[in-house]
Design a protein around this ligand. Structure first.
Ligand code: IMP
Ligand code: MG
Length: 176
C-alpha cells in the first residue's frame, strides 16, 4: 500500500460516478453558463473533474481561483479565514458557482460568498460535507458526499500540504 496511514473512505470509482450526477444537478438548476469560483488549494482536483462533467452536460464554465485558508498546518480549523489570492474575474451579473472541497464550519464559504456579492446568483458546490459542525449559517446547494466527522485527505485535500495527490478520499490515521 502506498499510503498505509490513509484508510480509503470514498473510492475513485465512486467519485467519478458522483461527478456525473452532480453535474446533472448543477446543469438542471443553473442553466448552460456558469462562472466557477474554485477555492484553492483543496478544490483543484474536484474543480477539474467537475467542469469536465459539466461540459458533458452542455454547460459552459468560466473559471477563476481564490486562495483562502483557515487550517494552517493542523487538523482543526483556526477559525480565521485569510485570502492569499483574491478574485481576478468580473463576476457582476453572472451565475456564480463557488466550488470547495469540504464544508465544515462554513466560515470559508461564508467568506467566499462575500467576495462575489456582485454576482447575479450564487450557488455553492462542495465535494464533501461534515454535518453538524456549522459555526455560521451556510448551506451548500450541491453536495458530493456527506462524511463522518473524521479528518480526511486525498483528491486535493491535505494535511500540512501533503496527500493531495491521492486519487481517492481517505481518513488519515492519527499516527501520520
Ligand atoms: P470551514 O471553513 O470550517 O467550513 O472549513 C473548510 C475548509 O477547511 C476546507 O476548505 C478545507 O480546506 C479545510 N478542511 C476541513 N475539514 C478538512 C478535512 O477533513 N481534511 C482536510 N481539510 C479540511
Ligand atoms: Mg480548502
Amino acid at each position: 500500500m502506498k499510503n498505509p496511514q490513509v484508510t480509503p473512505l470514498i473510492s475513485e470509482a465512486e467519485i467519478k460516478a458522483r461527478m456525473k450526477t452532480l453535474a446533472k444537478e448543477i446543469a438542471a438548476s443553473m442553466g448552460n453558463e456558469v462562472m466557477v469560483i474554485s477555492l484553492l488549494k483543496g478544490s483543484f482536483m474536484f474543480t477539474a473533474d467537475l467542469i469536465r462533467a459539466l461540459h458533458a452536460e452542455g454547460v459552459k464554465a468560466q473559471v477563476d481561483f481564490i486562495t483562502l485558508s483557515s487550517y494552517g498546518k493542523g487538523t482543526t480549523s483556526s477559525g480565521t479565514v485569510t485570502v492569499s489570492r483574491g478574485i481576478s474575474e468580473d463576476v457582476s451579473g453572472k451565475s456564480v458557482l463557488i466550488v470547495d472541497d469540504i464544508l465544515e464550519s462554513g466560515r470559508t464559504i461564508d467568506f467566499a460568498r462575500k467576495l462575489v456579492s456582485d454576482a447575479k446568483h450564487v450557488k455553492v458546490a462542495v465535494l464533501l460535507e461534515k454535518p453538524g459542525k456549522l459555526a455560521v449559517e451556510i448551506k451548500a446547494d450541491f453536495i458530493g458526499f456527506t462524511i463522518p466527522d473524521k479528518f480526511v485527505v486525498g483528491y486535493g485535500l491535505d494535511y500540512a500540504n501533503s496527500y493531495r495527490e491521492i486519487p481517492f478520499v481517505g481518513v488519515l490515521s492519527s499516527a501520520a
